[in-house]
Design a protein around this ligand. Structure first.
Ligand code: NDP
Length: 279
């Protein structure tokens, strides 16, 4: 039995166990994947306990994606710039390697929905762990600009400063452009049923809106975008499935098929300009 877990606080809402059970079944593996609610200050003890128990690895979620960096013996090269990790793999000798699969999962989901940022004006909302994890991948697609807005402006400035591309800059609400082509909400506002305090002018009828948060009845941010006439409104459920597939590949060396699970979880846009046909 391969022991795995997701560590976070709170953690009850996590769908990771279901997702990884589905992937394991695809390859005939037997896994024991637990949700572990880790109280503040106990992350190191919990990771050590998993390593001692012979676990294969674990996922790390809010609020521990930054804190976990200090617990790793090695960090995968592609995750070194992020400062946030969401997947750990334990070696037989007990060393811990950290990875970030959020970025690859996010890009896979954009591709799935046909959202391209190349040459587009992009607004990234938020500057926390998720935004840090996806901004490099966004910038690599060569959008014409990436503006970053965050509730605490100093974090947006720090995040923009990490990138070398001159097209990336931090903005306050008054300086945002009208009608971005793509808006990515990587804030956690939806977790408290809120919408980031942004001007309605950022949305026009060509705007494609992506919210990393997900909710069966649509997130508050996506409902706000929809009401303002956005062209497309997609939540992060597909990203959750895709990032999990990359984590599974790190642990087992096999890439699961995500299409059936996407259909079973009903991962589809809240709104799209063209009729949506699930696979
Ligand atoms: P963090 O706690 O690291 O960062 C939270 C971010 O949200 C900060 O930028 C914070 O701003 C902002 N924020 C929080 N509340 C509000 C609010 N009321 N109004 C405006 N901004 C707010 O969280 P993460 O970055 O890790 O996660 C962000 C979201 O992304 C979560 O909802 C999470 O569930 C989702 N996510 C989804 C994934 C998926 O696979 N679909 C993967 C990863 C994350 P400030 O700096 O001012 O505090």
């Amino acid at each position: 039995m391969n022991r795995l877990a997701v560590l976070g606080h709170p953690i009850a809402h996590s769908r990771s166990p279901e997702i990884h059970q589905d992937f394991a079944q695809q390859f005939g593996y037997s896994i024991d994947y637990q949700k572990i609610d880790v109280s503040p200050g106990r992350l190191g003890d919990q990771v050590s306990e998993l390593v001692r128990s012979g676990a294969l690895g674990c996922n790390i979620t809010v609020p521990y994606k930054s804190e976990v960096v200090a617990l790793c013996d090695h960090i995968a090269p592609e995750a070194q710039a992020f400062g946030v990790l969401n997947t750990l793999k334990f070696s037989d000798l007990g060393s811990v390697t950290g990875y970030n699969t959020d970025s690859a999962g996010f890009m896979a989901d954009l591709l799935h929905y046909g959202i391209s940022v190349t040459g587009k004006r992009v607004l990234l909302v938020g500057a926390g762990g998720a935004a840090q994890g996806i901004i490099d991948a966004l910038a690599q697609q060569a959008p014409s600009v990436i503006h970053i807005w965050n509730r605490s402006p100093e974090r947006a400035i720090a995040l923009a400063g990490r990138l070398t591309q001159t097209s990336v800059s931090a903005k306050i609400a008054d300086d945002l452009d009208p009608g971005y082509e793509v808006i990515v909400n990587a804030s956690a506002a939806g977790l408290s049923d809120q919408v980031p305090d942004l001007p309605a002018s950022i949305i026009k009828n060509h705007t494609q809106c992506y919210d990393l948060s997900y909710r069966q009845d649509g997130t508050p941010f996506l409902h706000w975008c929809d009401n303002l006439g956005a062209a497309m409104c997609v939540d992060g459920l597909g990203m959750l499935i895709e990032q999990a597939a990359f984590a599974f590949e790190i642990w087992f060396g096999e890439m699961p098929n995500t299409q059936k699970l996407r259909a079973r979880f009903d991962a589809r846009p809240l709104k799209t300009a063209s009729p949506w046909r699930p696979e």
